[in-house]
Design a protein around this ligand. Sequence first.
Ligand code: FAD
Length: 396
Amino acid sequence: AKPQVVVIGGGYGGATAARYIRMWSDNSIAVTLIEPNASFISCPLSNLVLGGSRQIGDLTMSINALADKHGVRIVRDTVTNINADKRTLALAGGETLSYDRLIVSPGVDFMWDQLPGMLKPGAQDTILHAWKAGAQTVALRAQLEAMPDGGVYAMTIPPAPYRCPPGPYERASQIAFYFSRHKPKSKVLILDANDDVVSKGPLFKKVWRERYAGIIDYRPSFRTADVDAAARTAISELGDKVQADVLNVIPPQRAGSIAVRSGLANVNAHWCGVDFLTFESTQAKNIHVLGDAIAVAPLMPKSAHMANQHAKVCAAAVVDLLSGRAPDAHPMLTNTCYSFVSDHDVIHVASVHAYDAAKKTLLVVSGSGGVSSGPSALEGEYAMNWAHNIWADTLG
Ligand code: FAD
C-alpha cells in the first residue's frame, strides 16, 4: 500500500504541502486534505476589499484542482481530534483516518477570553475582526460604507506575534485611502498594543504623513484589555476608553484550536515548536506543523509567503523520510510582504532565512532583503503578480 499523508487545512501551508508531496513523490504517496470551507479565500489582498478597489469574489478560488490535477483526496470536514500514539485522527462527520505522516496547517485562532466583553451574546456579530478573509471582510466594508462622513473608524492591534505583521498598517492605509476619496472628514484611529509599528514602520509613517495627514491618528502602547461591544468602545489595560463609529478588533492570537487541543502548542502554550529541517513537531513524532501555527524562527513573519516556504521544506522532507532518505540539511527560505498604501501604490519588505546547524534554527542571511525606498505603482504590479503566482503555486 502507498504511504498515507493526511493534511489538516487547505490554506496557504496545507494546500501547498499536499500539492508538492504528490508532485515530488511522482504520485507514489497518497495525500488526503481535510478542509471545512468550500472555497479558498485569500487574506492577502483582502484589505483592498476594505479600501474598495477589489471585491471578495476576486480573492475566492476553488481548491478542486488539487484533486483533479494532482490526485489529492479532498474531504470537506473538520478534524476534531488527533491521536498521535495510534496515528489516527477523527473528523466531525464521524470518519476516522490513519496516517503515516500528518501535516497540520490550521492557521490562527483568537484568544477571545482576553477580551471578556467580546464573549457577550452578539458582541462578535457587531464588532468584527476581518482577520480571516470572507464574510467578515464584506461585513466590515459595509460598516465603513454606512458610516457617515466625519465618523471615526478605530482598529485595535494585538501584541506581536500575530498573523501578518504589516497587515493592520496596510488596512489602516486602505481605509484612509477610501476616506480621503469619499469621506474626507472621517478619521482612522490605530490603537496598537505594540510600542511602535511592527513592520515597515518608517515607510508606513512617511506615507501617513504625506498622504493621509489629518486622517490617520496612530496611538502606540494602547493595550486593549476589554471591549464594550454595545458602546463600540475599546478599553485599555490602563482604563482608557476609545469610542468609535466602526470598531474593528483584531484579537490576540495563537495556533489554530486543533493544534492547541492536541497538545502541539508547546511554546508559551500558544505556538507549535518545530524542527526547522523537517517542520516535524518537537512535541509529537510523525506530525509536522506549518504556517501561522508554528513558533517562528527569529525575524520570521507569520505570512502566506512563509507558510508556502514551510510547506515546500516539509513536503521535500516528508517525501525523503517516507522513501528512507535523509532530509536536506541546508534549507533556505525567502519572504516578501507587499503592502498596498493606495489602490495601486505598494511598499515591500523582503528577507532570506537559512538553516543554522549550530543554533538549530533559521536565521536571516546577513545583507539579504530590505525594504522599498518608497511606494510605487511598479511595486503594485509586482504585488499583483506575487498574488497570482502564489495562488497558482498553492492551488495548482
Ligand atoms: P490559513 O491560510 O489560514 O489556512 C488554515 C486552514 O486550515 C483554513 O482553511 C481553515 O479552514 C483550516 N482549518 C483550521 N482548523 C481546521 C480543522 N480542525 N480541520 C480542518 N481544517 C482546519 N501574507 C502574505 O504573505 N502576504 C500578504 O500580503 C498578506 N496579507 C494579509 C492580509 C490580511 C488582512 C491578513 C489577515 C493576513 C495576510 N497575510 C499575508 C497572512 C496570511 O494570510 C497567513 O500568513 C496565511 O494564511 C497562513 O497560512 P496557514 O496555512 O498557516 O493558514
